[in-house]
Design a protein around this ligand. Structure first.
Ligand SMILES: C[S@@+](CC[C@H](N)C(=O)[O-])C[C@H]1O[C@@H](n2cnc3c(N)ncnc32)[C@H](O)[C@@H]1O
Length: 421
């Protein structure tokens, strides 16, 4: 974990970033490995507990001759879509109680045996499921994470990443790079959150995928920031409320408000958070592009993985609404939980999530200097940046002055320049 002391402007942020980049990347990788190592699902049928399995030896692009490593990256969609199919059919859940024949799996999943076998055989060579000598299929340490109810499950992410509403736009990434228009808008003729609002099944897949990520990082975020400093916390674009519930569970004096789009709030209200937490939580169906309603005014405002969906101009509009809600309270805080992209060539998952933002939204993953710039435009100053569960950091911002910025129009023009203005 890294904590930067209180400070005021982007210039003071830059030197540390460049000095620390390789160290930070290594720490993130190590933290990710630790996370995976400590989150083994229970009661699995793991490969190494079953005799007779010919273990997979998945290729590592970095260890292969360059043309072969390159080819693996070029054909990555083969694996991605095959994993999606297994996730969508719920294969990992079906084999969670023990080995199953492909015939049985196909019957239970409502699909054809031979195509299913070919899909499973391909991904088994990457260690996702394994085939026993008698042909039955079992879970492996990797496919265990395609089970629905294990901590750290990526099943819903796999469902989302291969679903039409994200898969088709990736086929038009070149269009985005040529024109600046998000491929999603080009393919579907509307913006992603408008599309989701009209397509309940896709909305549900999206919400579940986001929730599984939130569940993974909620404990670390709660441990890495002292939320007890803020008696009332509003989670803007709070999704299904898992982070807010985790905050309230760990801080019995704190009350929480979840604000999100109406359909999201509707399903969030059904999420099981327990009576004690529910008593301190309220829900507001709203729009963070409009003024924050009085019932959502708070001592601290959380925005977790929301701002990366929006261009700089759009973020400034959202943040100015938050700043206006704070009024002359210079003790109020804004807590942004997002990637802080590292410079250089080191592996940083934020650089990959940025491709998702480029393809599906007008947003982007931001560097420290870009965050400071957006915040400054909205009347905030960075107070501290704390690295938490990779790839997230908590960016704590405070009002730059007691002066409330002039209200901005609620409707924002969609920029086509990727929002780096
Ligand atoms: C990437 S998700 C993050 C959800 C949640 N903060 C989390 O970390 O799991 C973005 C959230 O922003 C919400 N959102 C999008 N547009 C919004 C708007 N105009 N007003 C309020 N919430 C919005 C979405 O419904 C979604 O829940």
């Amino acid at each position: 974990m890294r904590t930067c002391p209180e400070r005021s402007g982007p210039s003071s942020l830059r030197p540390r970033t460049s000095d620390a980049a390789p160290r930070l990347a290594a720490r993130r990788l190590a933290a990710t490995r630790r996370l995976v190592a400590t989150r083994q699902p229970t009661e699995s049928c793991m490969t190494d507990t079953l005799p007779g399995i010919d273990p997979a030896d998945p290729p590592d692009p970095a260890q292969l001759p360059p043309p072969v490593g390159m080819l693996l990256l070029v054909t990555a969609k083969w694996i991605s879509q095959a994993v999606h199919v297994a996730a969508e059919l719920g294969i990992a859940d079906l084999v969670s109680d023990g080995p199953q024949t492909v015939d049985d799996l196909a019957a239970k999943a409502g699909c054809r045996t031979q195509p299913l076998h070919r899909v499973l055989r391909a991904i088994a060579s990457y260690g996702v499921f394994a085939e026993l000598p008698d042909g039955r299929i079992v879970n492996t340490p990797m496919s265990d994470y395609l089970r629905t109810d294990v901590p750290g499950s990526v099943r819903h992410m796999a469902r989302m990443e291969g679903a039409d509403f994200t898969w088709r736009p990736y086929g038009k990434l070149l269009h985005t790079v040529r024109t600046g228009e998000p491929a999603f808008d080009h393919v579907f003729g509307q913006r992603i959150f408008d599309h989701l609002a009209e397509h309940p099944r896709e909305e549900e897949i999206f919400n579940r995928a986001m929730t599984s990520f939130t569940e993974q990082s909620a404990d670390a975020i709660v441990a890495d920031h002292d939320f007890s400093r803020h008696p009332v916390i509003t989670d803007l674009g709070g999704g299904q409320g898992h982070l807010l519930a985790a905050i309230l569970r760990a801080n019995p004096e704190v009350r929480g408000v979840l604000l999100d789009r109406a359909p999201v709030v509707e399903s969030a209200q059904r999420a099981p958070v327990g009576p004690e937490v529910r008593a301190r939580m309220s829900y507001v169906a709203g729009d963070f592009f409009g003024p924050i309603p009085p019932e959502a005014h708070a001592d601290a405002y959380v925005l977790r993985t929301c701002l990366h969906d929006w261009s700089d101009d759009e973020c400034v509009a959202i943040l100015r609404n938050v700043r206006t809600a704070m009024g002359d309270r210079t003790d109020a805080r804004l807590l942004i939980m997002e990637s802080v992209v590292q410079p250089g060539n080191a592996f940083d998952v934020g650089k990959l999530i940025d491709l998702e933002m480029l393809t599906l939204t007008t947003g982007l993953e931001r560097t420290e200097a870009q965050w400071a710039h957006v915040l400054e435009r909205a009347g905030f100053a960075v107070a501290a940046i704390t690295e938490t569960e990779p790839p997230l950091s908590v960016i704590e911002a405070r009002p730059a002055s007691a002066h409330t910025p002039t209200a901005v129009p609620t409707a924002v023009q969609t920029p086509t320049d990727g929002g780096t203005s």
